[in-house]
Structure formats: C-alpha cells, structure tokens
Ligand binder design. Sequence first.
Ligand code: COA
Ligand code: ZN
Length: 308
Amino acid sequence: MNPATGKLFIQEVAPRDGFQNEAQFIDTDDKIRFIDALSECGFAKIEVTSFTSAKAIPALRDAEAVMQQINRRPGVVYTVLVPNLRGAERALSCRVDEVNLVMSASETHNRANLRMSREQSFAQLRDIINTLRGSGVAINVSLSTVFGCPMEGDVSVDEVMRLVDGFAQLDVRSMTLCDTTGMAYPTQVNEIAAQARQRFASIDFTLHFHNTRGMALANTMAALDAGIRRFDASAGGIGGCPYAPGASGNVCTEELVHMLNLMGYDTGVDLQRLLAVSAALPALIGHDVPSQLLKAGPRWRTHPAPAA
Ligand code: COA
Ligand code: ZN
C-alpha cells in the first residue's frame, strides 16, 4: 500500500446522530459543554443538532438553545440537520454556518423517516436551496440509505446517481453519501464513491458510515482509495437513526482518527483531547459506548511485563 499523504476532513456528528438516538433526554447544558469540548479537538465540522419535529426526534427538541449557546470556534463549520422548510427557517434564525439537508435514496425509508415521498422531499429541499442562494449559509445535502435500505434491501445505484444529479443541477457543491444502517461493504463503497466522483467533479463528497456490521473502518479505506477525503464520525461510536430498523452507532471518531494518524494522514484532530471527551460520554448518556479504543487505549500505550 502506498504511504498516505494529504489532509483529511473529519466531521463530528455525535451531538446530532448520536444524541438523536438516546432514549433519555440529555440536558441542554450538558450538550453544550460536550460540543464546546469537541470544538477544542480540531474537527473541520461539527453537526450540532437537528431542526426536526419534536415529536419525531424528542431528544433534540432543544435545538435552538443548543445552537445559540455553544462557543463557536473560528475555523470550525457548525452545521445542523434540516428535513424541511420549517427546519430551514429555524436553522437560519440561529445563524448556522451550514444546513445539512436530508432525504433518503430509498422511497420506503424516506416515508418512514420524513413522512414524505422522495419527490416531496426533493421539492422542499429545492425550495430551501433556492432561498439560501447568496445568503452566505453553506448547503450540504445528505442522502440516507445509499448503500442499502433496511426495508427495501438493495438501493439502485442509478437512483442514487439520479438524485445526486438533481442536486448537482441546483448547483449543490457538497453532498454526503450515508450508510444509515451499516449495509455498505468495501467493494461497493469503492465503486459508488469512484462513480460519484467521476460523474460529479463539482461536488465534494463526504462518506458517512455506521459500524452496524463491523465494516465501517474497512469501508473508510475503500472510500479513501476512491479519493474521498471527508468523513463523518461519532465520538464513542454512538449514533443511529430512530426510523431505520436495526440502526446502530456511527464509525467511532477516535478509532477512525487513531487508524488514519498511524497511516500518516493529517486528520487535524487531537486524539488525546478527543479520547478525554469520549471518556466522559458514558456518564453523560448513562450507558457504555461501542468505542474499542477507549477500552484498549492507543497502540502506543504499553503495559508492564508480568513479574518473573
Ligand atoms: N421543526 C419543528 N417542528 C416541525 C418541523 C420542524 N422542522 N416540521 C414540522 N413540524 C411540526 C409541525 O409544526 C406540526 O406541529 P403540530 O403537530 O404542533 O401542529 C408537526 O410537526 C407535524 O407537522 P407535519 O408537517 O405534518 O410533519 P410530519 O409529522 O409529517 O413530520 C418531519 C415531518 C420531516 C417534520 C418529521 O418526520 C421529522 O422531523 N423527521 C426527522 C427524522 C430524523 O431526523 N431522522 C433521523 C435523521 S436522518
Ligand atoms: Zn447516520
């Protein structure tokens, strides 16, 4: 394998993808402290919350308070997930840096998650994109279930490319291909990422993996090989979509950064600081987290030899 070179962009999503899936409400002040600590870790972007319906995602019903009270560190892009026009208005009122518009590549998941057809979602997102043009607020579009849907099974790559093309025609320059329930596998990731980059050179793609079936780091390698340089990840490996059966945690940020640092990539992330932030998560959310690295410690941590 060639030595790794170049800068990667690590985007932390635990405050949104992680906290949205927690049964017990996390206090607003605790969320703010957690995000402020993440801001000191060197991420390119932090997904702070989502402006969704409080009925759909009660865990993030304090989105305005969180977005307004965090300390925004210069150089970090603070983004929020937005599913519809109402969400976009709420996000703009909090002066977000970016809105992360979401719809699903699968019709069934789109209806389960957003209670709309894909056509209706696309129309709402198109209106938001047209409204935001020239406003200075950046736009990212996330497509869920790109690598498989827990209800439909395989999702047609042609359908995925058709949706990407629809957004490319609206001059969207930033898109995320999401593996919502860990159905992606490395050869598939490599093929889809390469095809997307080749067909849509004007779009900067992020890959968003979940580790539901233990393939997230392998999928990251396959995406790197296809030229992808932006990755979503979640501290502690928490996360999951409440409207996708069987969904579980994202690729764990500290495990991702640990691996990429060892390989010589520049992730910009301070692993020691991040480990300290992740170590506080079990107390914050009231249960253990999937991170293996938190338990084992980094590769350079050695143990005393047993007494002879
Ligand atoms: N923010 C806050 N409230 C919203 C809202 C938003 N973005 N969009 C709709 N609502 C409110 C409406 O005002 C209405 O409130 P009321 O019952 O007090 O009158 C209620 O939610 C229902 O509105 P409606 O337009 O019929 O929405 P819906 O019930 O069909 O839900 C979504 C549509 C998209 C708002 C909802 O499914 C949703 O928030 N989904 C997000 C799911 C998600 O985040 N999944 C994980 C990430 S991929
Ligand atoms: Zn996700």
